[in-house]
Design a protein around this ligand. Structure first.
Ligand SMILES: N[C@@H](CCC(=O)N[C@@H](CS)C(=O)NCC(=O)O)C(=O)O
Length: 223
C-alpha cells in the first residue's frame, strides 16, 4: 500500500466517515485526510473529484479508489487481518453484524441524525426506530456472548471493524439520551472514552460549518 488518504465529510455530521477513520486509527495506520464540507454549495463537485458514488468516505491508495465504508474495512482486512476477529465463528458473526448495520437501521438513522458534538432531549423514536434500537442492543449482546469480559471491552474483546461500524450508532444513542440496558451503556462508555473517538469529537467541535437549523437551541459541546 502507498500512503493512504481518506476523503471524509464533516466530523460533526458524517457518521459514515467516522467508521473507516476509526478503524484506520485503531490499526495504527498512517493516513492523510481530505475533508469535504458536505453542505457547501460545491460539495457534490468536490466529492465527485474522488468518489465514483458521489458519497464519502472514500479511501485512496495510490491509483486505487475504494468507496463504501464496509468495502474499505474489507480492503484494509486484506492487509491487516486484525480488522476482524481471529476465530472463524467470531469473524462470521462480526461480518454479519457489520453488514446488518451497513445495510439497515434506516429509521434509526433518519430519526436520530448523527451530531457527535450535541446532546438532545425530546426526540421520541417511532415504533420502527424503537425496534431497530432493540435489535442493535440484541446484536451487541450476541457479539459479547462469544467472549469473556476479560478479553476486552469491545464487541469481540479487542477492537474490530464491527466496533467501527457501530461506533456512530453508540454516539447517536448518547446524543439522544436513549435508555438502554446496563451492558449496552457500558459499551457506549467504551466508545465515548476511546481516545480516537475523543480526537474525532474534539475536531468536530472546532468545525464551523453548520447545517442550517441543525444546532438551534441545542447544547453543543456537551458531549
Ligand atoms: N453506504 C455508504 C454511505 C455513505 C454516505 O451516505 N455518506 C454521506 C455522508 S455521511 C454522503 O456522502 N453524503 C453526500 C451526498 O449524499 O451527497 C458508506 O457506507 O460509505
Amino acid at each position: 500500500m502507498s500512503t493512504l488518504t481518506l476523503v471524509i465529510g464533516n466530523k460533526t455530521y458524517s457518521s459514515w466517515s467516522l467508521r473507516p477513520w476509526l478503524l484506520l486509527r485503531h490499526l495504527g495506520v498512517e493516513f492523510q485526510e481530505i475533508p469535504v464540507p458536505l453542505h457547501a454549495p460545491d460539495a457534490a463537485a468536490q466529492i465527485a473529484r474522488y468518489s465514483p458514488s458521489g458519497r464519502v468516505p472514500v479511501l485512496l491508495d495510490g491509483d486505487r479508489v475504494i468507496w463504501e465504508s464496509l468495502a474499505i474495512g474489507e480492503y484494509l482486512a486484506d492487509r491487516y487481518p486484525e480488522v476482524w476477529p481471529t476465530e472463524a465463528h467470531r469473524r462470521a458473526l462480526a461480518r454479519s453484524a457489520a453488514s446488518e448495520m451497513h445495510a439497515g437501521f434506516t429509521a434509526l438513522r433518519e430519526e436520530l441524525p448523527f451530531n457527535c458534538r450535541s446532546r438532545r432531549s425530546g426526540v421520541v423514536p417511532s415504533l420502527a426506530a424503537q425496534a431497530e434500537i432493540k435489535r442493535v442492543v440484541a446484536l451487541w449482546a450476541t457479539c459479547r456472548s462469544t467472549i469473556s469480559s476479560e478479553e476486552g471491552p469491545w464487541l469481540f474483546g479487542r477492537f474490530s471493524c464491527t466496533d467501527a461500524m457501530f461506533a456512530p450508532v453508540a454516539l447517536r444513542f448518547y446524543t439522544y439520551g436513549v435508555a438502554l440496558s446496563e451492558e449496552a451503556e457500558a459499551y457506549i462508555d467504551t466508545i465515548r472514552q476511546d481516545v480516537h473517538v475523543q480526537d474525532w469529537i474534539q475536531a468536530a467541535r472546532k468545525e464551523t460549518a453548520v447545517i442550517p437549523g441543525e444546532e438551534r437551541g441545542e447544547s453543543v459541546d456537551a458531549v
